[in-house]
Design a protein around this ligand. Sequence first.
Ligand code: SF4
Length: 219
Amino acid sequence: MKGANPIRPPVKSDGQTLDVQSIFPTLQGEGPYAGHPAVFIRLGGCNLACHFCDTEFESFKPMALAAMLDKVDELGGRARLVVITGGEPLRQNIIPLCDALLAQGLTVQIETNGTLFQPLPPDVKIICSPKNTGAGYFPIREDLLPRLQGLKFILSARHPLYQHIGQVGQEKYHTPVYVQPMDEQDPVLNAENMAYAARIAQTEGHILSLQTHKILGIE
Ligand code: SF4
């Protein structure tokens, strides 16, 4: 996308149909479940447009909840983890989807930019990757902060907005902080970013998160 996506506001619905970009089996590449086999549900649209966004989420189609659950069942194999991502997954009412997946005994993880909120079931694991406005990080929703399993900061060796960890509320809730090199779609810059993120992790006591799915060349 690289910031070229239309900014899409939250939509109200009963959650029985969602705009879905894709559903696919893979290994979770990032954060606390890195390495876990998972089914990813990538939802359409985002309420932000980050310049470095590396994800296609604008060719989505509406999909009924029952059909989504069938697809997760069909693709899941032995995976016990379902990751709901985007775009921005909290743009849409995903509560019925989360309820249905949890009822099957699956672990459900959400990846959000932290600027929207929904009262998700308490068992849902939420990872937030804060994004920079140019004048600092977008504030993370106060109602979301105590729910976070981790904050994942993207780091770039050269991009001034992404050279440091922002203070977005992690100290108040002792939220684990992950640092992840920005994927700038350039091998030289990416190698710099990886070394930079590794150094920040070591010197500042954060957790290094590599996009292992990209290292493996899988989706
Ligand atoms: S918040 Fe995430 S999905 Fe949305 S534009 Fe930024 S990087 Fe892409």
